[in-house]
Design a protein around this ligand. Sequence first.
Ligand SMILES: Cc1cc2nc3c(=O)[nH]c(=O)nc-3n(C[C@H](O)[C@H](O)[C@H](O)COP(=O)(O)O)c2cc1C
Length: 195
Amino acid sequence: MTKLLFLFTVIIGFYSCTAQTHLKDMEEFKEVGWEELNTNAIKLIGKDWMLITAGNIDDYNMMTASWGNIGWLWEKPITTIFVRPQRQTYIYTEREDYYTISFYSEDYRDVLLKMGSVSGRDFDKMNYDKLRPVITPNGSICFKEAEIIIECKKIYSTVIKENEFIDKDIIDDKYPQKDFHTMYIGEITGVWMRK
Ligand SMILES: Cc1cc2nc3c(=O)[nH]c(=O)nc-3n(C[C@H](O)[C@H](O)[C@H](O)COP(=O)(O)O)c2cc1C
């Protein structure tokens, strides 16, 4: 009985310490308003790339993305992301209310290349030691290694429709398999920058 009690205490202690560690890690970041995002968003997303992450600390997935926007819509600061249906991340962006986009220094180019070339279906992304998860106060997941983290709450989503392309060349060029992205618009609910 005493042994059982001891084991129980150790397990509870382990889990609460893990949770505290993740929350404490957020202290390495300074929460700022969206007004303080003053980098070139086209370069930031299109050339530097980002990770899209959705899920909770027990079950999340992330992938590299370079298509998206940061902007203003319906009197709200927003981001837009585009996720193809075959991505493992798609299961999460569909299921969850929140997603994060996060940005990294050039030192993490290889990490972003990896997260953009392997799927969470074939690789244990949650135990990838180069991206250690931290939890936002809303329970969203981002990574200790990030320079900038933007958390968003989904407010609109739609599937890109073939018959609505004005420039039809994009269909053959970007969608030979007709795997049209789902576009999510998310209201920005938090912005953090590395201190
Ligand atoms: C630079 C780069 C940008 C990418 N941008 C996107 C994107 O915007 N949308 C998308 O659906 N996939 C994009 N991908 C592909 C996914 O990151 C890739 O298929 C990834 O392995 C998906 O992982 P998952 O199956 O675990 O979600 C990009 C890949 C790279 C390397």
